[in-house]
Design a protein around this ligand. Structure first.
Ligand code: ADP
Ligand code: MG
Length: 399
């Protein structure tokens, strides 16, 4: 069972033995220039579920998508992903089923041997996937006896293989989904205090609901990145030509006002690094926040802000971090983000949760990753789960 009142069966408390199982995972990993995987964390994190199912003599059919193909398109084939999974599971044979709807595809699936794992080709090659199409769901459900969701990062999408298929099969949460839901819900529902949230990234518009929700529970909201610029503009600071969503300034003002009422400290940068985002040889210049001129661009938090954020992070007992606090794509402006990451990794008394596609991409020294309690495989899913307390894909497992 998933703890914290979810009432969802998980594979480890259920007798799933000798079955044919659909395993929905999130292997949506960006491919580099030579079509190699940028990072295999999303695959590795599903290995406990796969090994558990194999140990109990189940035949697994893996379903995932890759990127945003409009139709069947070999550039978005799961071949590199299947190949990588094969290298992680040398004792099994990974078979990529090109099209499970064809006669040959059906043949491949019905003749699956014990040591074989079948992976369906990119499920977004079928346009029905995104539409939560009941007929498509039925066709997929016919392939197996059991449905297992281990794709936390996809649970915010009401798509066929997330919410449709579980209507037709006994459904369970995998071990990764269980860990994600339990760790994050625990942190939100009963946070050990002080509870510190660090938010960065570009847009405030995508994070307003989240900030609203977090204000009810967090003690400190440390804000950096492009997000901070909109707040600084709301406090009438000059931010020059920095990234800012001017149409959101009123909402930012309201959030600052609400925070004061709810005794949540929203802490904005007191100094920043300004510069040219395209220049990769000269670092920027540190400015106090009241010294920014009309033509300047804010690209990172400054050292005084790092120190301030750092001292709060050090004392935290619960930490959630989403969003780089600077324009990290240019290494000259990733120092603030690196600092936040180290500060969180250093705090071993806290439950720390880090998530977000760009946030994980921004983390350079991967060796500290295991010092963080939980690296969420979900970016958008993690934020929506914090906002709403559940997700469509999680609800679908309750039926
Ligand atoms: P995540 O994917 O982890 O949820 P977001 O997508 O919200 O993170 O934000 C990441 C983006 O925010 C990055 O492209 C980064 O360059 C941008 N960003 C952060 N700080 C700034 C800044 N000061 N100015 C412009 N862009 C910024
Ligand atoms: Mg992003």
């Amino acid at each position: 069972m998933i703890k914290n009142g979810f009432n969802i069966k998980t594979i480890d408390d259920s007798e799933i033995i000798g079955k044919k199982v659909i395993l929905r995972v999130d292997y949506n990993i960006s491919l580099g220039k030579n079509r190699t995987l940028a990072d295999d964390a999303r695959i590795r994190q599903t290995l406990p579920t796969i090994n558990y199912l194999l140990k109990n003599h189940n035949k697994i059919i893996i379903i995932t998508y890759l990127d945003r193909p409009k139709t069947r398109d070999s550039r978005y084939s799961l071949k590199p992903v299947a190949k990588h999974l094969q290298s992680l599971l040398p004792n099994n044979k990974i078979i990529l089923a090109n099209d499970f709807l064809t006669k040959i595809g059906k043949q491949v699936i019905s003749s699956q041997e014990d040591n074989e794992i079948i992976m369906l080709e990119n499920i977004r090659f079928y346009k029905q996937e995104k539409k939560n199409d009941p007929n498509f769901a039925k066709k997929i459900a016919e392939l197996a006896n059991i449905y297992i969701n281990d794709a936390f990062g996809q649970c915010h999408r009401a798509e066929t293989t997330i919410v449709g298929v579980p209507e037709y099969l006994p459904s369970y949460a995998g071990l990764l989904l269980k860990k994600e839901v339990e760790t994050i819900s625990q942190a939100i529902k009963k946070p050990k205090k002080p509870f510190v949230v660090i938010l960065g990234g570009a847009k405030i518009s995508t994070k307003i609901l989240l900030i609203d929700r977090l204000m009810a529970v967090a003690d400190y909201l440390l804000i950096g990145g492009g997000l901070a610029n909109t707040f600084l503009a709301a406090e009438d600071y000059e931010i020059g030509r920095s990234f800012c969503e001017y149409e959101e300034i009123q909402k930012a003002r309201r959030l600052l006002f609400m925070a004061a009422k709810k005794h949540t400290a929203i802490i904005l940068p007191s100094d920043v690094v300004i510069g040219n985002p395209k220049n990769i040889t000269d670092g920027g210049i540190v400015k106090k926040i009241n010294e920014v001129l009309t033509n300047a661009q804010i690209l990172d938090i400054g050292p005084e802000t790092q120190a301030k954020f750092g001292s709060i992070i050090t004392k935290a007992k619960t930490i959630i971090w989403n969003g780089p606090v600077g324009y990290f794509e240019n290494p000259e402006y990733r120092r603030g983000t690196d600092f936040i990451y180290y500060a969180i990794a250093q705090n071993q008394q806290a439950t720390s949760i880090v998530g977000g596609g760009d946030t994980l991409a921004a983390i350079s020294k991967k060796e500290y990753l295991d010092k963080i309690t939980h690296i969420s495989t979900g970016g958008g899913a993690m934020l929506e789960f914090i906002e709403k307390g559940t997700l469509p894909g999680i609800e679908a497992l309750k039926r």
